[in-house]
Design a protein around this ligand. Structure first.
Ligand code: AR6
Length: 179
């Protein structure tokens, strides 16, 4: 798998994840899976009340894992709900838990034949994970997945605002260059 191939399939964009016309969008949820603020609130508002109804049946989700639902009124057919770690200074396994979120989402994407998937910057809002560090983990995990997976065509890292976009572009550039 060439570096150019990965660069074509792993893309950083600026925007609102609820507007992305992809097979699946990822939600940065909490362990209850019953909604919240930030990207979680935006996804529930855009998807409509049926999303919460389905989420109620899931019985929550542990940190570092993921569960899938339909997308209802969203352009995306699926929502993959994952629970990122709360940042506690970096010595409580936060890096591994965040990496585990990405891996769990990719595992579900493979199981459901998803070809295009969009991620928000998990844990970097209310959960306080430093964005540079989170962006490197997101890029590293997406690259590792795309190197072994042949069916996923596009992974979008959707950044909310110019600053987030720049941080993710930088992480992508460094890691694709071998950093
Ligand atoms: N599209 C893309 N990214 C967004 C959007 C959007 N519409 N809205 C916010 N972001 P956060 P967390 C970015 O706080 O840190 C919720 O209440 C935002 O700028 O949504 O994982 C849950 O229920 C930030 O970079 O998620 C949990 O209780 C990133 O998304 C808790 O927050 C994540 O910020 C989870 O905290």
């Amino acid at each position: 798998m060439s570096a150019t191939d990965i660069a074509n399939r792993l893309v950083v964009v600026e925007g609102d994840i609820t507007k992305q016309a992809v097979d699946a969008i990822v939600n940065a949820a909490n362990e209850s899976l019953l909604g919240g603020g930030g990207v979680d609130g935006a996804i529930h508002r855009a998807a409509g009340p049926e999303l919460l109804e389905e989420c109620r049946k899931l019985g929550g989700c542990p940190t570092g894992q993921a569960k899938i639902t339909r997308g209802y009124r969203l352009p995306a057919k699926w929502v993959i709900h994952t629970v990122g770690p709360v940042w506690r200074g970096g010595t409580r396994g936060e890096d591994d838990l965040l990496a585990s979120c990405y891996r769990s989402c990719f595992a579900l994407a493979e199981q459901h034949g998803i070809r295009t998937i969009a991620f928000p910057s998990i844990s970097t809002g209310a959960y306080g994970f430093p964005m540079e560090r989170a962006a490197r983990i997101a890029v590293r995990e997406a690259k590792a997945f795309l190197e072994r997976n042949k069916t996923v065509e596009k992974v979008l890292l959707v950044c909310f605002g110019q600053k987030a976009f720049e941080i993710h572009q930088q992480a992508l550039k460094e890691i694709l260059a071998g950093g």
